[in-house]
Design a protein around this ligand. Structure first.
Ligand SMILES: [Zn+2]
Length: 287
């Protein structure tokens, strides 16, 4: 029997192929985004923002979501939690595209998509409130995410996270991708994260690793995405500490990877057991 996969850490905007982004840009009278070539996080973010500028209408969103659903079906990914960052998409018409496409792909490809809506460190409270409103009002949203400059404390966003939690949403902030272990500790102890996106710098803090393992907080790690920005976390040591891990593509089109490739890499290069990674993705989903 073919294994059914799940993926928990994927950004919708990072799934858009360069060809599709270029076509969307042309349709909106914009220059095409630069090639997906970068070597650090700021280079990556510049490309990411350019791709986001091409995604403005409901039809744009429907197209990119359906394209990703096709890629999911090819890899036997039955379920994915896709993150989306409202601060990079003005207006609200595009939300209809999320809803339409999510319904469509169930029938067309037999795949299920759920949404995480991202707050942003350092954005205005007004923008983050808007993201929360979209999260609370949109079909298929199962949680909030958090992205942005990790040197900016996330504690001002706690009231928004609490409002989401009161309505049944879960929370997976990015922490410890480039920031140190204290950023992961804040995500766990202040924001009460259910899962962490990346979290790899926790490897430097033994007592924090113990907290993650004891509270059963899963780190959703992304080996190729880390490598593209020059980082080589010690996944073997993270796994040996007893912390739950899943592997993920993060931004598959921009990174130039797939979930199945990440699963292969995790086993071949990082000593992580493929079967453990697959079962953890189902166990730690927000469904
Ligand atoms: Zn990410």
């Amino acid at each position: 029997m073919t294994e059914r996969l799940a993926e928990l850490h994927v950004h919708l905007e990072g799934t858009v192929s360069h060809a599709t982004a270029s076509e969307l840009a042309a349709a909106h009278g914009l220059a095409p985004p630069p090639p997906y070539e970068y070597s650090d996080l700021s280079g990556f973010m510049a490309i990411y923002r350019d791709v986001c500028r091409c995604m403005t209408t409901a039809d744009d969103f429907e197209r990119v979501i359906v394209e990703h659903a096709r890629a999911m079906a090819t890899q036997h990914i039955a379920y994915a939690e896709l993150s989306i960052n409202p601060s990079l998409h003005p207006g609200e018409g595009w939300v209809d595209g999320m809803v339409r496409a999510r319904r469509r792909v169930v029938d067309e490809f037999g795949v299920e998509i759920a949404w995480l809506v991202e707050l942003v460190r350092g954005e205005s409270m007004e923008d983050n409130e808007r993201a929360l409103e979209i999260a609370l009002a949109t079909e298929g949203v199962v949680g909030l995410g958090l992205v942005g400059d990790e040197s900016i404390p996330s504690s001002p966003l706690l009231p928004l996270v609490q409002r989401a939690r009161a309505r049944g949403l879960r929370f997976m902030p990015h922490a410890g991708q480039v920031g140190d272990a204290s950023v992961v500790r804040e995500a766990v102890e202040v924001l009460r994260a259910d899962r962490i996106a990346h979290g790899v710098s926790a490897v430097d803090d033994a007592s924090l690793l113990n907290v993650l393992a004891t509270r059963d907080i899963c780190l959703c790690v992304c080996p190729s995405s880390n490598a593209r920005i020059g980082r080589q976390p010690d996944f073997r040591m993270l796994a040996a500490s007893g912390v739950a891990l899943t592997v993920n593509s993060d931004d598959p089109a921009m990174v130039g990877t797939t979930l199945t490739h990440e699963l292969d890499l995790a086993e071949a290069d990082h000593g992580l057991r493929r079967d453990d990674m697959i079962s953890a993705a189902w166990r730690y989903s927000f469904k």
